[in-house]
Design a protein around this ligand. Structure first.
Ligand SMILES: [Zn+2]
Length: 104
């Protein structure tokens, strides 16, 4: 998985296909990511006491990393990431099309 918190991604499948958002949380061992504004779910909470009201809580559920793609800022489109070694010897993720580095 080549995604980090703060990455701008585009959703490539499912109900929210085409939506863009920022990664809020990653679960590397499960290959899941939480994207801002994507995969919204509602949790319904029943009242516990008679005078209490039930509640609806909406939250963004995690989705699989294979269903998102990094968004290239220059191309403005979802692009594959290529790993290259920068001049300082560190690995860097770049856009496979225009070679612009993905910044976090
Ligand atoms: Zn690009």
């Amino acid at each position: 998985m080549n995604l980090k918190t703060g990455d701008n991604v585009t959703i490539t499948s499912g109900r929210d296909r085409g939506k863009k958002g920022k990664i809020l949380q990653v679960f590397p061992t499960k290959a899941l990511v939480v994207v801002d504004g994507v995969n919204e779910r509602t949790r319904h909470i029943r009242s516990r006491r008679s005078n209490d009201k039930g509640q609806k809580i909406s939250f963004f559920a995690p989705l699989h990393a294979s269903n998102v793609m990094l968004t290239c800022e220059k191309c403005g489109k979802p692009r594959r990431a290529k790993s290259v070694v920068a001049s300082d010897g560190k690995k860097q993720r770049v856009c496979a099309k225009c070679q612009t580095p993905f910044t976090v």
